[in-house]
Design a protein around this ligand. Sequence first.
Ligand code: PXG
Length: 301
Amino acid sequence: MKIYLNGEFVPEEKASVSVFDHGLLYGDGIFEGIRAYNGYVFKLGQHLDRLYDSAQAIRLAMPLSKVEMEDAILETLRVNEVETSYIRPIVTRGVGDLGIDPRKCKGKPTVIVICKEWKSLYPEELYQRGLRAKVASTRARAPESLSPSIKSLNYLNNIMAKLEANAWGADEGIMLDVRGNVAEGTADNLFMIKHGVVYTPPIVCNLPGITRATIMELASEAGYEVREENFGVAQLYMADEVFLTGTAAEVIGIVEIDGRILGKGTPGLVTNDLRKRFKSVTGIPETGTAIYKGQLQKVKA
Ligand code: PXG
């Protein structure tokens, strides 16, 4: 694989950054997780918007315009000749010195685009079986400290939750906010179904997920009542269905939380329905940016 690194395509083995890059030293940077399906980059415009919003929030002056960034991403896919891929743009404050002051980074921010050819995060049997989750003791960041809506390179508290889930033999950790409301998974948004109503926490202590927004839209279109509401752990234990949404995982059911089996212990009807509906809107020109110009016409011909 060739990696886009500051305007050049570099072989994977040679793609490296300075030990003085503030992305490494302090997690001072931002990133996105994007996917291409079948030659179409899913909701690329929304991912770029979120990347540039994150940059704005941390006062990182992007060295590329949004259009140039889009070109860099599409060109990375073309250079590597991949059409179904995970895509990871990363922008760090750049190379500085020891000491956190961003003014030490006098050059340009470091821009990286990695793409990895893969079709699914989890093996298919895990989608069939569903995940076992543990409510983590590490809480989601309070927006008063560092807003979880900024997709920054600081993932340590999510990693703490993941470590805890791993230590307990669970597949995933569920994070609460500091008040005890359910916030999200360690890298995915969370939904709960009770009596046919689809609930998800409002965007306060979590990331405004692009998959989350898509699922809310698809669920409403399908006739489900969708509510953005806070709920706690007890409501989660009593839910009919729980599932996670994210670019990497797409839609995946949670069937056990802290030893409580949900519903029949397999991913529920609503989860499976929404997973199917989500799949049907990926890899199509209506929701994706074509990697190759003229592709839409070619596909239609
Ligand atoms: N919450 C958090 C904390 C996330 O990091 C999501 C929700 C889902 O958002 P989207 O827009 O993808 O629906 C994320 C997203 C990975 C990886 O390598 C993915 C994320 C973060 C870190 C790693 O799978 N993503």
